[in-house]
Design a binder for this molecule. Sequence first.
Ligand code: SD4
Length: 332
Amino acid sequence: MKRRKFIQNASLSTFGIAVGTSVFASETKTSISEVSNPKSGTSGFPMVIATWNVNSSTAEAWRVLQEGNSALDAIEKGCMVEEANAEGQSVGIGGLPDRDGNVTLDACIMDSKGNYGAVVYLQHIMHPISVARKVMEDTPHVILAGKGAEQFAISEGFKPIDLLTEASKKAWEEWKKTSQYKPIINIENHDTIGMLAIDKNGDISGGCTTSGLAYKIAGRVGDSPIIGSGLFIDNEIGGATATGLGEEVLKTVGSFLIVELMRQGKTPQQACEEAIGRIIKKNPDYKDFQVGYIAVNKKGETGWYSIHDGFWVTKYQNDKNENFHSDFYDKK
Ligand code: SD4
């Protein structure tokens, strides 16, 4: 199979096969008029925003913020909730494996001082977001990969476990029967968690954690752990994070682009829309894959946008933990 074809198919599989549990995107078919495009939006902090319907994660991050802790602590604790959720098939334990049946995780974290840490292709460890934080805080490096990342995690006291749940193993075995993808778009599980938070001091941090594309080629790394692509924070300006087909986010350095657009005076919403526009412009075949962005600026104003219908966002701000159905480019 040619690379391009594989990527298209794999992208669809993420959104097609990893269907199931929590997201009401497919069930609650919301009409376009109900879709949210936060042009002016609310503002203020502390606050936390995340990709997909992850109310338990944002609630935990909010709790941490309410206790007066840093945005960095909120991000780590909030992401850990989804990583420990065995039902979620795109993050942490229970993540769908690669083609060989191995669950491999990518994650990164970035703080308000511009520090960054990441793990890529990490196996057997439930909380890659915490390992990423350790890489950031306890090593002179910013990215650890594969076996080395796992050894580092174990040396830091993380317990190795089997991340492949019965449900994900069954899904993989089912997939292996044909090794083909059914191109269904917009039936999406909650997917990669990208999270941005501002603490009571107005300092911004972010994190991103994922098992990546389902049934990917062994060794594949997506955008999620890569600074500037899956996540970027500049405490003077704001932050952005991504979900969707990582290859396209990587090629446009999406999260860095959004922060730089906000630096030039765009609102978070305008910046997310322009970053999606860059992907559309370069991809006549954008109908085959999904990308979604969220962003926040220094005032706590937020924005979100995706290529296709079906992207959701969770925001905890002004004492409300709310889900928003994102506006999108492809209105057909
Ligand atoms: C990746 N961006 O590995 C991740 C996958 C994802 O929603 O976000 N899915 O490409």
